[in-house]
Design a protein around this ligand. Structure first.
Ligand code: SF4
Length: 341
């Protein structure tokens, strides 16, 4: 495996208690493949991306790159990791320094690495701009002289110029017009094919994930609740949360109506993660043990698993409780309130 999270946790001590932003997550990114992290805002996927980029220190667990633990790297080894694992962020307006010309922006990571001559850097800037479909003269301009899609191309060029192995894409198209999104995705796809890059992508857009990723992990309140090949997760989702997410995703079909009964309330707070299954206050299928016992992983297809008591033989025959017996004070809104996410 190229990049792995092993039982990663990130807890923040606050005045009000411990925020469990990431709470024991594992996954692995294979060379040349794309792994997608999906889930509602607040599920911990962006914190997980920061942990994988070594921008945050884990509370426990490990980040492994090429089989080596990298969480505690420093000096030259850390610089090497930063060269090989790059990032493209959501907002191309905020991620590019407006005072720098594009050539300098793309050159910055190489200047920070300090192992290339000026001439080599200039050549790589030109090549990277060309790969993302921009003319070399773009290097002389400022970010404000470009459209949103072009700015994201510049951000991609900056990541590519150091010749990385992995690019972490944090909502790479969500700040762009719909018409531009496909262009950027096609560009990222072409680049992956040409250079054999691996992507870890964080996205809300499930259609994008289904089209773009080889494997998918579904996060809820800092936990990974389902994971596997994208075909398996999208084709036969096993966890009620994954089922609800997919059922409520908009489709380009005028006759399709969003379901109104798949999920209740809003995502809870990572400050008060419910006992048992973290999804139980919102789960329309919960059983008697769901509010007390954390579900174990259950294999659902080759290479795929989900954490849900419904999937175990032990609870398969349990009697579902009615909504009115919901745990008092559990996170989430009124159970009678229905929302399509
Ligand atoms: Fe729902 Fe229980 Fe499965 Fe959690 S473990 S998703 S509450 S059925």
């Amino acid at each position: 495996m190229l990049l792995e999270a092993h039982e990663l946790k990130k807890h923040y001590d606050t005045r009000n208690g411990v925020v469990k932003a990431v709470d024991g997550v594992s996954f692995a990114l294979e060379p040349g493949k794309t792994f997608a992290l999906v889930g509602e805002s607040g599920c911990g996927k962006s914190t997980l991306a920061k942990l994988m980029l070594l921008l945050e220190k884990p509370t426990s667990g490990a980040v492994r790159y090429r089989g080596q633990e990298v969480s505690g790297l420093g000096g030259r080894a850390l610089r090497q990791f930063r060269r090989e694992v790059q990032a493209v962020f959501q907002d191309p307006y905020a991620s590019l320094n407006p005072r720098l010309r594009v050539g300098k922006i793309v050159a910055e990571p190489m200047l920070a690495q300090g192992d290339l001559s000026r001439a080599e850097i200039a050549k790589r800037v030109e090549e990277a701009l060309e790969v993302v479909g921009l003319h070399a003269t773009a290097a002389k301009l400022f970010p404000h002289e470009f459209s949103g899609g072009q700015r994201q191309r510049i951000a991609v060029a900056r990541a590519l110029a150091v010749r990385p192995e992995v690019v972490i894409l944090d909502e790479p198209t969500s700040a762009l017009d719909v018409s531009i999104r496909a262009q950027i995705l096609n560009l990222l796809s072409d680049i992956q094919e040409e250079f054999g890059l691996s992507y870890l992508i964080i996205a809300h857009d499930l259609a994008l994930v289904e089209h773009f990723s080889h494997a998918t992990g579904v996060m809820y309140l800092g936990n990974m609740v389902e994971q596997g090949p994208t075909g398996a997760v999208f084709g036969a989702p096993s966890h009620p949360y994954t089922q609800a997410l997919l059922a409520s995703a908009p489709r380009p079909d005028p006759d399709h109506r969003l379901p109104t009964d798949v999920i209740i309330g809003e995502i809870g707070s990572a400050l008060k993660v419910p006992a048992g299954c973290p999804f139980h206050p919102r789960c329309p299928k919960r059983f008697a043990p769901c509010d007390s016992d954390p579900p174990e992983r259950h294999v659902t297809a080759p290479g795929a698993w989900a954490r849900c008591h419904l999937l175990t033989a032990q609870t398969a025959s349990a009697t579902p409780v009615t909504r009115t017996s919901r745990t008092p004070g559990a996170a989430g809104a009124d159970p009678l309130e229905r929302t399509a996410q």
